[in-house]
Design a protein around this ligand. Sequence first.
Ligand code: PLP
Length: 383
Amino acid sequence: MTTGTIYLDNNASTRPLPEVVEGMTRCLNDQYANPSSVHQFGQTVRHRVECAREQVASLIGAEPREIVFTSGGTESINLAIRGALAMKPDRRHFVTTAVEHSAGLRLAEQLQREGYDVDFIGVDRNGRVDQAEWAAKVTERTALASVMHANNETGVILDVPRLAAIASEVGVPVHVDAVQSVGKIPVDVSHWPVQLVSLSAHKFHGPKGVGALYIRRRTRLAARVLGGNQEHRLRGGTENVPGIIGMGLAATAIGQDGGASIERVREMRDALESGILSSVPFAHVNGADAVRIANTTNVSFEGLEAEAILILLSEAGIYASAGSACSSGALETSHVLKAMGIEERLTHGAIRFSLSKLNTADEIRHVVGALPNILNRLTSLAK
Ligand code: PLP
């Protein structure tokens, strides 16, 4: 990133930590053997992959053998949902929420086209899943229920333990998209009554294009990518060894942090939010009354267009996002804000600021100071 710029788009992707870059570089230079080769060089690389599996498992309270490496969150979600549904061909009912990331949402829509009965459970104005609706829809006829842990647009944390408990009472397996929560709040899958959890390295200062799926012991899943025997035969193909090593190192760094940086990030996010609310009378925070991850604020600037705000912010060296990164470029109304019942005059001007431990309080002060001028330019143009 250019110096003098401020990166507040960490829910889209984070900067890999120096130790991650160093470990991956070493791997590319010196540890290039195939981990499936029986010679000593190959086995050294195998050892590095298995160390990374332990590091990722330990971050989320899993056992190493419960971790399968994938190419990222999207693939993990597809493997989890498709793989679990394939094991129950006689049950054609799937339950998810209306606020999932496009990885889960597009797949659910595709399942509908394939003849599945899919229920999208709604949320309240603060983005919290309607538990009564969830309990009514998740029944013995349901093959799988899938829910995200933290929403990528608003940061709202969904009550996974409660929703999973409801599903497990009727024997329905649960998949959790924890892509935005791992690294931002403690996640301990051993305390969740769930079978499958998706994660992605680039959301917690690891590299892009690598993720993992937690598969609870004794959960049966059909493979999606057929090939060699890698990853318990669930995902054939030579492993992305540098990526896996990078993911392991990022997981260890977060574990060692012990939550200290989460509190610092929360202070910065709260300062940003209160700074904006006190200087911009037409700003509204979406999901403000829900429990949220510490790094995210989703602010609607009433009557303005997000795209225009983002362009002026970018010119000022401030990088943020409108809704999820996947939908920016073609800025459609956010399905998440829509599901929350936020009015159109507010959804059009919704900006997501997402912080990381690499941000500083000075940067936040700078953004709070710069924003009113940027918005004034737009409001005077709108007149
Ligand atoms: N799930 C959520 C909640 C996300 O925010 C994202 C990425 O933005 C994904 C899944 C997809 O992850 P990946 O980019 O690793 O495919």
